[in-house]
Ligand binder design. Structure first.
Ligand SMILES: [Zn+2]
Ligand SMILES: [Zn+2]
Length: 403
């Protein structure tokens, strides 16, 4: 086994780990085995357990096929540089002979000659696990993204790759020398403020924690970047193994489902209005753009569907405890998250279908969702058109990420 296995038949997954491995430059030679580490470290108190777990799960999937083994910091202990209090994990790669960084660097032209997707994956890996955000203490805005990078050659190749994406990196080693003596800090590679937007759009992160910070930042300063598809074009293609539900919008219709169960809410219309409604304005929560749903409209939609499943009226349901109506769930056929693409409101009865719990879940999570979607669009196409929502089935497949 050689670490060069990561460079043969290069894939985005391999490139990602190579990026982390080169920047970290942490490897250990012990009893004839070389252990390379891609450490993902977080300062305690900054990151939620959920975010760490999600990041761990992504990287577990990605490392499986490329020979990496993933370990939580609690298992690794201080041996692999996880000092007390640091949270995170590391992906370890083993080679059966002594190899140092130069072995990889000597063969680095493999990445340099690869396509942009590989280069991008490499850069994500370089910054994903170890970078920090330096913030302006007054405004709280991010001033730069920095990553410790001691090796001059690694510094240079990463800078060169960043330039290919239009990002000029800075090295500010001098300013980091400690004035009062002691051990100098490590050299850093920094992406200055002028390169942050490019980094957000063209490179990005896998780490949910860093990703959130980014999204927050850009929702204030660059309002046109607000959702993950805009920030991370093709993140889902970085690894074909990553389920595309990872970054999917929460099922906000759960909230509406809850409210449709309220006894006091009764339908206010007895037929579809069939006229477009003006677009509603989104609200921002933690930098996330959210279109609020009006439960009354969902109530109306369920009633207009006679409280039956619109896939098949014969689908079994049950009677609600609170209002004696058969239980079905409202679902926005054209998802609210795509409101930007339309000049009219998507929160209209014409766009809300009534589904039994089984069909609703199938539509969100099922392998056979395509058939259901086609059937529903067929039934609703006419009504949707009346309210100014023009979609064809391929649009819907794309929105639902069903390819
Ligand atoms: Zn739904
Ligand atoms: Zn059904």
């Amino acid at each position: 086994m050689s670490i060069l296995n990561l460079l043969t038949n290069i894939t985005p997954e391999k490139a990602y780990f190579l990026g982390g491995l080169l920047v970290a430059n942490e490897f250990y030679f012990n009893e004839g085995q070389n252990i390379w580490s891609v450490p993902i470290r977080h300062n305690p108190g900054q990151v939620s357990q959920h975010d760490i777990k999600q990041h761990f799960d992504f990287l577990k999937i990605m490392s499986n096929d490329v020979g990496g083994k993933i370990f939580d910091s609690s298992v690794l202990g201080s041996n692999l540089g996880f000092s007390a209090g640091k949270k995170g994990f590391a992906i370890l790669f083993q080679s059966s002979k002594y190899e140092n960084l130069n072995v990889v660097l000597d063969n680095f032209q493999i990445i340099q000659n690869s396509d942009k997707n590989i280069k991008r994956a490499f850069l994500i890996g370089a910054f994903d696990g170890r970078s920090s955000f330096d913030r302006d203490t007054v405004t709280g805005n991010i001033r730069n993204i920095a990553v410790d990078c001691d090796d001059k050659k690694v510094h240079d190749i990463i800078s060169a790759l960043l330039l290919e994406f239009g990002i000029a990196a800075l090295s500010q080693n001098e300013s980091r020398e400690r004035l009062s003596g002691g051990r100098p800090r490590k050299n850093q590679l920094r992406i200055p403020k002028s390169g942050l937007a490019n980094f957000a759009i063209n490179i990005g992160f896998i780490s949910p924690f860093r990703f959130k910070i980014f999204r927050q930042y850009f929702s204030q300063d660059l309002p046109f970047i607000y959702n993950e598809d805009d920030i991370l074009p093709g993140l889902k293609t970085l690894s074909s193994k990553l389920p595309n539900t990872f970054y999917e919008e929460n099922r906000l219709d759960e909230i509406v489902i809850e409210e449709t169960n309220n006894k006091s809410i009764i339908p206010t219309i007895s037929q579809y209005a069939g006229v477009p409604k003006p677009k509603i304005h989104p609200s921002f929560t933690n930098g996330r753009k959210i279109y609020n749903r009006n439960p009354q409209i969902a109530i109306n939609a369920l009633s207009l569907a006679n409280y039956q499943c619109e896939i098949d009226a014969a689908h079994p349901t049950f009677i609600r405890r609170k209002n004696d109506k058969p239980y079905t769930e409202p679902h926005h056929l054209v998802p609210m998250a795509f409101s930007d693409r339309f000049d009219v409101s998507l929160d209209v009865e014409e766009n809300i279908v009534s589904l039994c719990s089984h069909c609703h879940n199938l539509l969100h999570y099922g392998k056979d969702a395509k058939d259901l979607l086609a059937l529903l669009l067929d039934k609703r196409k006419h009504l949707l058109k009346k309210v100014g929502i023009n979609v064809d089935i391929d649009d819907l497949y794309e929105m639902y990420k069903l390819y």
